[in-house]
Design a protein around this ligand. Structure first.
Ligand code: FES
Length: 110
């Protein structure tokens, strides 16, 4: 039976926090510095009072070599931020003003 749930979030952000052991052939987003970026993202979302933006840490999103990775729904926009400033830009542009940051988008090809 389908559930009739309210749409709580305007944006929902999923951030890969996967950690693999050093030397693992796939590497991991955590090994590439994801955690400080996700902490900053969380602080920015909270600090701006974005109650309609959800954030969740996830396991591997499947594209480890491109990490750190995050994806914003409902648009399904994938980002590979590298710096705190990248996070700030994603928050200001995409999460606040609904404008994706094209320079940080990871394009998925068929
Ligand atoms: S470890 Fe992050 S996408 Fe695989």
């Amino acid at each position: 039976m389908p559930l009739d749930l309210p749409r709580t979030f305007r944006h929902h952000v999923f951030c890969c926090a996967q950690q693999r052991p050093p030397g693992h052939p796939r590497g991991s987003c955590a090994a590439k510095g994801a955690h400080p970026l996700w902490q900053r993202l969380d602080h920015k979302i909270q600090g701006k009072g974005l109650a309609d933006v959800g954030m969740a840490l996830t396991g591997c999103l499947g594209f480890c070599s491109a990490g750190p990775l995050m994806v914003v729904y409902p648009e399904g926009v994938w980002y590979r931020p590298e710096t705190p400033e990248d996070i700030d830009e994603i928050v200001a542009s995409h999460l606040v003003n609904d404008v994706p940051v094209e320079r940080l988008v990871m394009v998925l090809t068929r």
